[in-house]
Design a binder for this molecule. Structure first.
Ligand code: 13P
Ligand code: SF4
Length: 331
């Protein structure tokens, strides 16, 4: 492979013989290389099924911090793999496609966020984990959708807080904590597109269905939702709640585990404003494929690298999150 092949590696399906069993080969490579595969709930089902651990952002960072594997293969998006590298600098962290970005992380450029902080002195800076390492380095405490409420609640009532980059999650946390955090104006392109009217129409046709939503959704969708939570919280709710039907307002990948855990229940993906698109799919998450995973493990590329000074700065804000989560027993 030449250098540009390597740089573009995520998009190439190099050398994959047609007749191999990808699942078996992936398992073999994983064993040979003492690698662990961490997968987010939004990746395709076949990838979730070959992962050693499937979880939400917090659970995956907790796993990344404690694994004793030599290689972490991250099936998710870039900021998640970067978080793993920040927490495990001596391990090799690889991701099937370096182009697996995140619209929410992209909505918060470093220089603009630094200026926002500078223009609003005296604030504690809380950032959602969906950010680049550069933003984490400007942050006091990182949060995920699993622990944002408890972390905000753990701060003194009069503490002035900047919250970035997701204004929908920020608004939601303000509403349930009674805070008035200053919000960065960012959003996720998948979660902001759910169509309230279409959701309510489905609900009127299925009055026994419960609407459940990720807090990255816009506030009108959250207002009509009967459960709001992180991906793992939504999954757990569908397992423990007595309802047999759910209208699910988040990325479609989560349905794989919901159906697996409760095959007798019905899951209706919440519709998007544009009914012609596959808008419930995060195109970044869906860049992960079995073929790319196989090549990624085989060649141990592409690798996540991070400048050590930046890593150390970013690490502090993530460690703070993990410490507070441990204190409150959040898993
Ligand atoms: P969770 O932390 O709930 O898994 O969310 C991650 C994410 O990217 C949601 O869009
Ligand atoms: Fe980012 Fe949205 Fe994709 Fe989650 S669903 S990874 S927030 S773009």
């Amino acid at each position: 492979m030449n250098k540009s092949d390597l740089e573009n590696f995520g998009f190439l399906k190099i050398d994959i013989p047609k007749d191999i069993n990808l699942v078996e080969e992936i398992q073999k490579l994983k064993k040979e290389k003492n690698a662990v595969i961490l997968g987010h709930y939004y990746i395709e089902g076949d990838l979730q099924d070959v992962s050693d651990y499937v979880g939400d952002s917090l659970q995956l960072s907790q796993q990344a911090a404690k694994t004793d594997a030599d290689i972490i293969v991250f099936l998710g998006v870039h900021f998640m793999a970067e978080t793993a590298k920040i927490l495990s600098p001596n391990k090799k962290v690889i991701i099937p496609d370096l182009k697996a970005s995140c619209s929410l992380a992209e909505s918060c450029p470093e220089n603009d966020f630094a200026k926002f902080i500078q223009d609003n002195p005296g604030h504690t800076v809380i950032s959602y984990v969906n950010t680049t390492a550069a933003i984490k380095a400007l942050t006091d405490i990182v949060v995920t959708s699993s622990n944002a409420k408890q972390i905000v609640d753990s701060l003194p009532k009069d503490e002035k807080i900047i919250f970035g980059p997701d204004k929908n999650l920020g608004n939601y946390i303000n509403s349930i904590t009674g805070r008035n955090m200053l919000l960065w104006d960012g959003a996720c392109h998948v979660h902001k597109q759910f169509d309230l009217e279409a959701i309510l129409k489905i609900k009127s046709e299925n009055p026994d269905a419960k609407i459940i939503a990720h807090p990255e959704c816009e506030s009108p969708v959250l207002v009509v939702s009967e459960h709001i939570g992180s991906t793992s919280s939504l999954l757990k709710f569908t397992q423990t709640d007595t309802s047999k039907k759910f209208i699910v307002a988040t990325e479609s990948g989560i349905l794989h585990q919901m159906i697996k855990a409760s095959p007798d229940k019905i899951f209706i993906p919440a519709p998007a404003l544009d009914s012609t698109c596959a808008c419930n799919d995060c195109n970044f998450m869906k860049l992960n494929t079995m073929e790319k995973l196989y090549n990624c493990l085989k060649y141990e590329l592409p690798e996540i690298t991070i400048n050590e000074q930046l890593r150390q700065k970013a690490e502090k804000s993530i460690i703070k999150m993990l410490e507070i989560s441990e204190k409150f027993g959040i898993k």
